[in-house]
Design a protein. Sequence first.
Length: 141
Amino acid sequence: MGARGPVPTRSDQRRRQNKNPEGIATAKAPGVRAEQPPADASWHEMARDWYESLALSGQARWYQPSDWQTARVWAEVLSRQLAGGRVSAQMIAAWSGAATELLTTEGARRRARVELEVPDVDEDEEASVTALDRYRAVVGS
């Protein structure tokens, strides 16, 4: 995934705009989005909300069927933990790591060198994802 350490700042907040020093390659999202399997009605409300929110997030455009199945499994685990009355700190830490792998937080996306940009033109439009090195190439020229 990404490097350890502090979360990198957003590209529009940086003073220095170095050219791609690490040679990180960018990948385009596939033309067809993978379908999100439906949430289980028996899941705890917070687990179901988390799972359903993934489809509304910008990083979902890169999700493959295996990513959706991973999210389903972790939503089930989270649901059982929340419904069980006693929440295991170790299990929540494991779930949090899995959520990081799915790029569900801004910090995780920054470490992976991915930024979600909110479009200025139309609020109904999906958030676009821009690789930082592509941004640097434009600003640096």
